[in-house]
Design a protein around this ligand. Sequence first.
Ligand code: NAP
Length: 311
Amino acid sequence: MRAIRVHEFGDPDVLRLEELPEPRPVDEEVLVRVQAAGVNPVDTYVRAGAYGTLPALPYTPGSDAAGVLQDGGARVYVAGSLSGTYAEYALCRRDQVYLLPDQLSFAQGAALGVPYVTAYRALFQRAHAVQGETVLVHGASGGVGLAAVQFALAAGLTVVGTAGSDAGRELVAAQGAESVFDHRDPLHLHAACQAVGGRGFDLIVELLANVNLGDDLSALAHGGRVVVVGSRGTVELDPRDLMNTDGAVLGMLLPNATSQDLSAAHAAVGKGLREGSLRPVVSRELPLAEAPRAHRHLMERPALGKLVLVP
Ligand code: NAP
C-alpha cells in the first residue's frame, strides 16, 4: 500500500509517500480501507518533534479517517489508529472504529474523530454546559470550533463565534451563531460581550489561549468558565479578573479522556449526525502525496473547516 512515512522529525517535507506492506489485523484489530484522512494540528506538532509524547521513527501520521472495513465493507469513521491514517489502509482496534451514517461523505467522516470528540469534551465533560447558557467559541472557523458551535446550538446554548477571515465569519454565521467577530480586531471581545447584553459569557471555548486567555477572564459572566482547548505559548493574566466573577479556567487534553468519556462522546456524535445537528464542514481535499502541502496550509491559511487527505 501507499502510505506517508516520517523518518526524522522536521519541517513538512519529512512527510514522504512510500510503498509499505499492507497491515494484517490480529485478534480484536480491524483493517480499514481509507477513503479520507483528517489532518489535525497535533499531526504537525508531532511531525516537528514538538509534542510531549512522540512515536518511534519511522511512523505514519494521522489518527482520524473514514473508509470501509476490509472485512464486511461497512462504512466507518476512525478515531485513533495503531498504524496511522495517512495511508491506503489503517490498522485499528475495534473500539477505534464507529459506523458512518450513509448521508455523510468519507471526507466528512474524516473530520469527526479529534475535532468532534474534543468539542464535546470541552463543552459538556469539562465545562458542564447547559441549555440557556451563552458560549463564546473563540476560534470558531476550524475543525474543533465548528464542531463546538454545532454541539452548543443543538444543546440550546446561545452561540457567539470568532474567525480571522471574512469567509470564516460567513461560515460560522451560516452554522447558526448569533453573531461572529474578528479575533484579529483588538476590540472584538468588547463587541462580543455587547452581543450578549453586556453580561459576559457563561462559557468560553478557547482555541488560542496564549493570545486570548488574559482578556477572556474579563469577558466572563458570574460563575463563567473558560475551557482551554488550544494554546501555542505563554500568556499574562490578572487573577483578580477571575476572582471578580467567581470564574474558573479549565484545561483539557483529549488523551486524558477515559474510555467511558470517549464512549459518551462518540454516542453524542452518532446521535447528532443521525439527527442532522452535526454536519462536518470540509474545506479542502488534497491527494495523499500532498501531505506536506496540507500541513503547511493547516498552519498558515485561515481555517474554513476541515482539511483532508485522499489516498
Ligand atoms: P484549525 O482547524 O486549524 O483551526 C484553528 C482555529 O484557530 C481557527 O478557527 C482559527 O481562526 C483560530 N484562530 C486563529 N487565530 C486566533 C486567535 N487570535 N484567537 C482565536 N482563535 C484563533 O485547528 P483545530 O483542529 O480547530 O484546533 C484548534 C486548536 O485546538 C489547535 O491549537 C489544536 O492543537 C488544539 N486542539 C487541542 C485539543 C486538546 O485535546 N486540547 C484537541 C484538538 C485540537 P482563523 O483561521 O479564522 O483565524
